[in-house]
Every structure is written in structure tokens, then in C-alpha cells.
Design a protein around this ligand. Structure first.
Ligand code: ADP
Length: 738
């Protein structure tokens, strides 16, 4: 009877609490899925408490009521277990929670229906009860396993705290249900009490994403129990001592009590403080002096100008007092679009250096700009407002694997964030520590501003140096080309004058012979031949000049099907005599292996002819010239012209393709057309390049260097497409950029 009274008291109180919880949930605006589930849970919880109360009040109600309530208890417990598992799955963001809800509640409804049915139609309810209990065990275990996995999976302290919170709540709720269901006599009363505590905790967990630090709460409880026990023991000792001493000394107990009270009071306070310190130290680790640390820190960073060094100093200062896994400075810079770019500068541990961009409308950005308080990764993941941020922002921050971001401001503007990873202890950052870190971040503002300015200056400096370097190179190149242009004047006058003088000489002779009437047919033939040779040469030079003048305006091409072998044969033709005279061996290979091509035959012949004439001119008598062709890819083939000549220095290898450029002192060039080191107007290669590039090909030279003694030789590479086309060469030289 007494138990029944207690139970009904607890039942009424619990019913009231449920009503309040229900109202709180009902009147919240904009309910999220978690809150809706919690509402269902509280409803079932209310039914459960009512059933528990009714089941124990045989004396007041008819047996049919109490027995019905008792019969319904297992299936109601199952409904609670299903509700809890669904809530836990949803809050830990397991996407399969709707499946659990549907399957669990359907099964519960079937069992409930069957239980109600058999209440009115006996006989046995036993198997149903066992089925409900079995299912309850299944769902409760499911929730515990899910939460334990969640606990070990999350590396961030706040996430772990959340999982731990839910795990403890699950334990409280299931313990409450077990205590109620087991035949424990008066102990059964504890069951509903524990259940109510669990239900309140569940609601608290659903309503607010900030949860109390579970470990800290447990620690406080432990601390309280320890100090409570120590004090109680001391007082018990005093009482026993009073009894004993009164008997031994035979004096009045009042005197002994006064004596002991004074003695114990004297000892108690220092002893208590020592105990508190001991417990704190055991539980929370060694403390540190924040003021001293901050003083040292600001002294150190006042001289730091380098961003990397600043990041290291800041993070390492923190790591001296807290055991953290990683940390970085996130340097903030605003983009033209108004978004904020956070560039990580690692200070400790492995940190991804991929920048994170926060869009102008990002709630995370708004939060950072408007509030000076630290931002936790946990908030980014769970805060209802911040969750609205774009997934790429959340994932970008998540990839950094940080736990807390402390805003660093310079002149009121957000200059960066001090980002710190989780503590190795797995503890969330305590409020006292967060306060210390915020002050540290504030102090970093000016130093960060300075370091950024300095980094900007350094970058500018590097740019200026680079600019200087390219200016110098450009100047040198221009100087060489300028020299080439003025050289051209003397070359041109020389090149043009030589054949002109020859022509003039022979026409004078012809004149003389005509006047003296001594001209024979034979003489006419010889003299005209002697005149026509310099004329041909003049013609060639003037043609070359005309072609060169087209290089700027664009040469015209007539692409038609042709064969590479034919082109090379024609290019070689004018040089057969020269090759013989200079005793040069010329070999060709692979020409026949090149499939038919589409090109401007005359232009291509001209280009190769220029290359061959150069090979002849710059190879000493008796040397070797090799022309080799091979396919490169489906679109291109390559022709190389290699000689055993004097070679070309590295500096000149680019410049020789410029108009009028000739290597070395022009006075040393011989004037013979194909003599060794024979002169020319410096146009052959520029025309060759114009032609090859006009076919969509490319040309370059490789040579160890210029050496007339050793004759290292040169190799001219020509890459051409099978189908000539306008536009740049599509084939990339190995090692060439872009
Ligand atoms: P040029 O009319 O003087 O032959 P090019 O444009 O054909 O003009 O060549 C420019 C310069 O490149 C030449 O004066 C020569 O110094 C150098 N050159 C060209 N081909 C070779 C080669 N095969 N070996 C060595 N030097 C060469």
C-alpha cells in the first residue's frame, strides 16, 4: 500500500513534468525533424508513466485496469526504445533513420494491436510479452551500439561530447525502463524517476545543440562525492574520538567537543584546500599562468614579420599550455566578389593548405564578421543558422580538421583566424581556456597586420626583381637584334655589290670585245654564262628579301597533296655541285616512311633548301650531313638535319631565327655562296621558320655549342603536321611548358 502511494506520487509528478515538456516542444516554432520525433517520444513516455502508475495501484483501481496497464508495459517500453534509436540516428546524421522509424513503429503497432486484442480475448499473452521484451532489447542495444560507434568515430571533442551525452541518456532511459519492468519490489519506484531524468535529458539534447560538457559534469560529480566522503569521514572520526576521549580522560564531553572542534577547524580548512587542489590536479591536469603566457607571447611576436613564423609562434604558444594535435593561422583576404578567402598557414601538425572561400552571403562569414566570439567547428556542423552555409564551405573547413577558430582583428577588420585542432585529451575546450585563447588571438592582430604588409612588400620586391631580370634579358636581345640590323646594311651592300661588280666587269669585257670586233661565238657564250651566274645570285638575294618582308604581313601558301621525299629531293638539287666540291657526304633516311602530306611544296622546298645550304656552309670540307625523317604521332612527323659543323652557341640558338641575325663577326664571313662559313644576308632561317610555322609546325635547333676546332655539329628539328593548317603548332616538344 505504501509503495502504491509513492508510485502514485511519482506518477503524478512525472505526468506533470511530461505535460510541461510536451508544451515546451509543442510551442516551439519551426520544428525540425528531431523535435517532431521528440514530441512523439514524450507522448509515448507519458503513456508509459501513466501505465506504470496504473499498474501499481491495484488497491485503487479495478484489477482489469491494473492488469491491462501491466500487460501494455513491455510494448510501451518497445515504443520508447524505437523512438530513442530513431532520435539518436537522426542526431548523429545517419541517413537511414526514417527506415528505423518506419520499421520500428510498424512492428510496435502490430505488437500493440495484438496485445490489446488478447487483453479481451484470452488466453495467453506470454509470447507477446516476450516478443515485446525481445524487440525492446534489440532496439535498445541498437541505440547503444550506434552511439558507441558515433563516439569512437568522431575525432572532434564537441562531437564526441554529443555522442557521449546521448549514450548516457540512452543508459538512463533504458535503466529506468528495466528497473520498472523487473520485479524488484519497492526498488521499482526508482525506475520512473530515472526514466524522467532521461526524458528531460533527451529533450535538452534535442532542443539545444550546445550540450553540457559531459566529462566535466561527471568530474564535478566525482569531485563532490570525493570531498563529501572525505568531510563526512572526518566528522565521523570526530564523533568517535569524542566518545573515546570522554571515556579515557573521564572529563565532560562538552570540553572534549570544544577541544576537538577547535583542533579540527584549525586543520580542516587547509586540509580541504589541499584536497581540492589535489583532486583538481588529478582530474584536470597541471594548470598554467595565462597572464604570464600572454605577456611572453606578445613580447615574442612583436618582432616577428614572417607569416609562417607568426603562425608557428602562435600555435606553439598554445601547444605549450594545451596538448593540441594541430593548428594554423588562416589568413583572410577579401576577393573582388566580396567573398572571404581563408588561406591556411600551418603552424603545427599536418594541416591541409587548400584555401577555404566563404561566399558573401555565407552565414559563417556573417557570424565571423559580426561576432567577436570564437567559432567552433561543432557550430558549423550543427548550428541551425550556420548549417545553411554552402556544403563546400562546411567541407572546406571540415578538411582542416580544426575544432575552434578564434577571430583575429586588425583595425576592426577580420584579418584572419587562429585555428586549433582538438586537444589530445579528447576534452572540449573549457570556457577558461577559450577566454585565454581569445585574448591570445586579439594580441595577434597587429603582428598579423605587420606580417601581411611585410609579405606583400616581399612579394612586390620579388616581382620587381623578376621584372628587372626580364627587362635586362629583353634589352640584351634588342641590342643583339639592333646589331643584326646595322650589320645587315653592310652585309646587304657586300652581298649585292659582289654580283654587281662581277656583272659590271663582264659587261665591260663584252663592250671591249664588241668595240675591237674580236667577239667569237664561244666568247659570247662564256661571258653570258659568267654574267647570268651573279644575276641568279642577285635574284636569289632579292627574292629572299621579298620573302622576309612578307614574314610580318603573312606569307601566302597553297596547300596541296605532296610527298616529303620529293620536297627534300628538290631542296637538295641546287646543292649537288657544292656538296661534291666541298667533299661533303649527305645521307637521307626514313623519308619514304612518311605518309603523303598536304603542304605548299615550293615553300617547303625553299625552307629545307635554306637549312641544307646552312649545313653545307657551316660544315668544314669532308664533313657529314644527315637528313632523317620519322613519324611522331597520328598527326605529326619530324625531319632532322644534322651536320658535323661548327655548332651554335646556346645564346644564339633562339636568335638565329630572327631576321638579319648572323652569328659572330660578319667581316670574317667569306662571300662565297657555299664556301665554308659563307656569308648570307641572315634571312635563310627566319624564312624557314616562317614557312614551317605557316604549316602549323615548329622548328628549333640543338647544338652543344659553337666550336670551330672541335666541330660539335648542329641538329635542326622540324616538326610538321601531315595536314598543314593555320595556327600554332599542336605538337608539344618534350619538356616544353603549356
Ligand atoms: P645566313 O644567310 O647567314 O645563312 P641564316 O638565317 O640562314 O642566315 O642563319 C643565321 C645564322 O645562323 C648564320 O649566319 C650562322 O651563323 C648560323 N647558322 C645557321 N645554320 C647553321 C649551322 N648548320 N651550323 C652553324 N651555324 C649555323
Amino acid at each position: 500500500m505504501e509503495t502504491s502511494l509513492y508510485i502514485s506520487g511519482i506518477g503524478i509528478a512525472a505526468g506533470l513534468i511530461h505535460f510541461i515538456l510536451f508544451l515546451i516542444l509543442l510551442f516551439r516554432r519551426g520544428k525540425r525533424a528531431g523535435e517532431k520525433l521528440a514530441l512523439v517520444y514524450i507522448l509515448f513516455s507519458f503513456l508509459w508513466i501513466t501505465a506504470v502508475t496504473l499498474a501499481h495501484l491495484e488497491a485503487i483501481f479495478l484489477p482489469v485496469v491494473t492488469e491491462s496497464a501491466r500487460a501494455l508495459l513491455p510494448v510501451l517500453a518497445l515504443a520508447l526504445a524505437v523512438g530513442y534509436l530513431t532520435c539518436a540516428a537522426l542526431l548523429l546524421e545517419y541517413l537511414f533513420w526514417p527506415i528505423i522509424a518506419t520499421a520500428g513503429y510498424t512492428w510496435t503497432a502490430i505488437l500493440l494491436g495484438a496485445t490489446v486484442y488478447f487483453l479481451f480475448v484470452p488466453p495467453s499473452l506470454l509470447p507477446l510479452e516476450q516478443m515485446s521484451m525481445g524487440s525492446w532489447v534489440f532496439f535498445t542495444l541498437g541505440a547503444v551500439i550506434l552511439l558507441t560507434v558515433g563516439l569512437f568515430r568522431s575525432r572532434m571533442a564537441f562531437h564526441r561530447n554529443r555522442a557521449l551525452y546521448w549514450l548516457l541518456t540512452a543508459n538512463a532511459l533504458s535503466l529506468g525502463q528495466v528497473l520498472t519492468l523487473l520485479p524488484l519490489g519497492p526498488l521499482q519506484m526508482v525506475g520512473p524517476l530515472v526514466h524522467i531524468l532521461g526524458a528531460i535529458a533527451l529533450l535538452r539534447g534535442v532542443l539545444s545543440f550546445w550540450l553540457p560538457n559531459v566529462k566535466a559534469v561527471l568530474r564535478s560529480i566525482f569531485r563532490f562525492l570525493f570531498l563529501f566522503t572525505a568531510t563526512a569521514l572526518l566528522l565521523a572520526g570526530v564523533v568517535i574520538a569524542v566518545e573515546r576521549l570522554t571515556a579515557i580522560w573521564g572529563v565532560s564531553s562538552t570540553n572534549v567537543i570544544i577541544l576537538l572542534a577547535v583542533g579540527v577547524t584549525l586543520v580542516y580548512l587547509p586540509l580541504y584546500q589541499a584536497l581540492v587542489r589535489l583532486v583538481d590536479r588529478l582530474l584536470a591536469g597541471v594548470g598554467f599562468d595565462p597572464a604570464q603566457t600572454l605577456r611572453d607571447y606578445s613580447q615574442t611576436i612583436s618582432t616577428v614579420l614572417d607569416l609562417e613564423q607568426l603562425a608557428q609562434t602562435a600555435v606553439q604558444t598554445v601547444s605549450q599550455v594545451l596538448d593540441i594535435q594541430r593548428g594554423a593561422l588562416l589568413i583572410a583576404s577579401e576577393t573582388e566578389r566580396g567573398s572571404l578567402l581563408l588561406r591556411p598557414v600551418p603552424g603545427l601538425g599536418e594541416v591541409s593548405t587548400d584555401p577555404v572561400e566563404l561566399e558573401p552571403i555565407s552565414p559563417i562569414l556573417a557570424r565571423l564578421k559580426e561576432q567577436d566570439t570564437p567559432l567552433f567547428q561543432y557550430e558549423v556542423e550543427h548550428h541551425p543558422v550556420l548549417r545553411e552555409a554552402l556544403p563546400k564551405e562546411r567541407e572546406g573547413l571540415r578538411a582542416l580538421e580544426m575544432e575552434i577558430y578564434l577571430p583575429i582583428r586588425a583595425e576592426g577588420e577580420l584579418a584572419g583566424l587562429l585555428a586549433l585542432g582538438p586537444q589530445r585529451t579528447g576534452e572540449p575546450y573549457a570556457p577558461r581556456i577559450v577566454e585565454f585563447l581569445s585574448t591570445l588571438a586579439h594580441q595577434t592582430g597587429v603582428a598579423l597586420q605587420n606580417a601581411r604588409l611585410f609579405a606583400g612588400l616581399q612579394e612586390l620586391n620579388a616581382q620587381i626583381m623578376q621584372l628587372n631580370e626580364s627587362l635586362r634579358a629583353a634589352y640584351e636581345r634588342l641590342e643583339r637584334l639592333d646589331r643584326a640590323k646595322s650589320d645587315f646594311l653592310s652585309i646587304a651592300s657586300h652581298e649585292l655589290r659582289t654580283p654587281l661588280t662581277q656583272i659590271r666587269g663582264y659587261t665591260d669585257v663584252l663592250n671591249e670585245l664588241v668595240r675591237s670586233d674580236a667577239l667569237t661565238r664561244d666568247q659570247i657564250a662564256r661571258i653570258t654564262e659568267n654574267i647570268s651566274r651573279p644575276v641568279r645570285r642577285l635574284e636569289r638575294i632579292i627574292n629572299a628579301m621579298l620573302d622576309a618582308s612578307q614574314l610580318e604581313t603573312g606569307m601566302s601558301f597553297h596547300f596541296a597533296p605532296t610527298a616529303l621525299a620529293g620536297v627534300i629531293r628538290m631542296a637538295l638539287e641546287p646543292w649537288q655541285e657544292a656538296l661534291k666540291e666541298r667533299r661533303l657526304t649527305l645521307t637521307t633516311s626514313g623519308l619514304e616512311n612518311i605518309a603523303p602530306i598536304r603542304a605548299d611544296m615550293d615553300r617547303l622546298t625553299q625552307a629545307f633548301s635554306n637549312l641544307i645550304s646552312n649545313a653545307i656552309k657551316f660544315t668544314p670540307d669532308g664533313g657529314r650531313i644527315t637528313i632523317e625523317a620519322h613519324p611522331l604521332d597520328d598527326e605529326h612527323f619530324e625531319v632532322t638535319i644534322t651536320d658535323t659543323g661548327i655548332g651554335i652557341s646556346k645564346v644564339d640558338q633562339e636568335l638565329i631565327f630572327e631576321k638579319f641575325y648572323r652569328v659572330g663577326n660578319i667581316d670574317l664571313h667569306s662571300s662565297g655562296e657555299y664556301k665554308f662559313k659563307g656569308g648570307g644576308p641572315g634571312l635563310g632561317l627566319s624564312i624557314a621558320r616562317g614557312v614551317i610555322e605557316g604549316h602549323g609546325g615548329c622548328i628549333w635547333v640543338e647544338s652543344e655549342g659553337y666550336d670551330e676546332e672541335r666541330c660539335p655539329g648542329s641538329t635542326f628539328h622540324v616538326v610538321l603536321p601531315y595536314h598543314a593548317h593555320r595556327g600554332p603548332c599542336r605538337w608539344k616538344r618534350p619538356g616544353q611548358e603549356g
